[in-house]
Design a protein around this ligand. Structure first.
Ligand code: HEC
Ligand code: HEC
Length: 219
């Protein structure tokens, strides 16, 4: 809600910089000069979790950190259960009304690609910020639904080949760390807040989560 209206425009204006607009430090932001990547939007490194002695607890904690990406609206908006993509930080239904159709690519009359191009398209001279784009733009299948699903349940579902597109944990890691559509989350185009950290840091968290037994947080 807080990013509606004017807030959206402000985000768009600064998102090309080093995240200055997201600066939310409560105290003495000037003291931490060079690492301009704001802490709120960085992912904690895997090493941060080394102090958790219990491996299962460490694994679940690693997933919770990675979950800051997974449960972010940039990802969740495309992972609904009802075939209707969502938009914005408040997960409002997509305008205009579209559905993923059987393939996730939209209906024959209105495929996603009639608006979503291979790359983010700014709308010049318009008040709309633009149309996000990616070569693989499509809605995730309903069994991969994340809208309204608690993180612990998403975790269980991600590990289940019946609900993750038949993926092994290795394939899941590859998808998270390398997939170009997942990568769009870090480069969502004008006016949209990127997911935290980098895809590399996200991939490292998922790697460490798998290597520690892929434990899930309680839902
Ligand atoms: C008629 C044009 C049109 C069609 C067709 C269309 N979209 Fe969109 N979509 C847009 C526009 C415009 C936006 C950006 C709206 C904004 O940011 O205010 C958008 C935004 C989105 C977003 C939100 C991104 C975010 O995180 O805020 C998702 C997800 C999305 N579309 C998915 C889809 C999918 C999947 C399809 C096909 C099933 C599709 N769209 C078909 C025009 C369209
Ligand atoms: C434009 C829509 C769209 C966006 C945005 C999107 N996804 Fe997906 N996602 C899909 C589609 C389509 C599939 C199924 C096809 C595939 O596996 O490549 C999928 C599948 C997945 C899978 C496979 C396993 C499963 O159980 O879900 C993972 C993991 C995943 N996405 C992660 C992410 C993450 C992380 C983000 C955000 C950084 C994200 N997705 C953003 C459309 C999207």
């Amino acid at each position: 809600m807080k990013r509606q209206g004017f807030g959206v425009i402000v985000m768009g204006a600064v998102s090309l910089g080093a995240g200055v607009g997201c600066k939310s430090s409560k105290s003495a932001p000037e003291a931490v000069a060079p690492p301009a990547a704001d802490a709120k939007n960085a992912l904690r490194a895997v090493s941060t979790f080394a102090s958790i002695a219990d491996e299962k607890a460490r694994s679940a904690a690693l997933f919770v950190e990675a979950g800051r990406v997974i449960s972010h609206p940039r990802c969740v908006n495309c992972h609904p259960a009802d075939g209707v993509p969502r938009q914005g930080m408040d997960l409002r239904p997509h305008v205009p009304a579209v559905t993923g159709g059987p393939s996730g690519h939209g209906t024959p009359a209105l495929p996603c690609t009639s608006c979503h191009q291979e790359r983010n398209t700014p709308l010049v001279g318009a008040t709309l910020r633009g149309v996000p784009g990616n070569p693989k733009w499509a809605l995730a299948p309903a069994e991969m639904a994340w809208v309204g699903v608690p993180l612990g349940k998403i975790c269980e579902q991600l590990k289940d080949p019946a609900r993750n597109g038949g993926k092994s944990l290795e394939a899941l890691h590859h998808h998270m760390a390398e997939d170009v559509l997942v990568g769009w989350g870090w480069d969502p185009g004008p006016g949209l807040e990127p997911v935290p950290g980098t895809q590399r840091a996200f991939g490292e968290l998922i790697r460490a989560w798998i290597d520690t037994g892929a434990a899930c947080p309680s839902p």
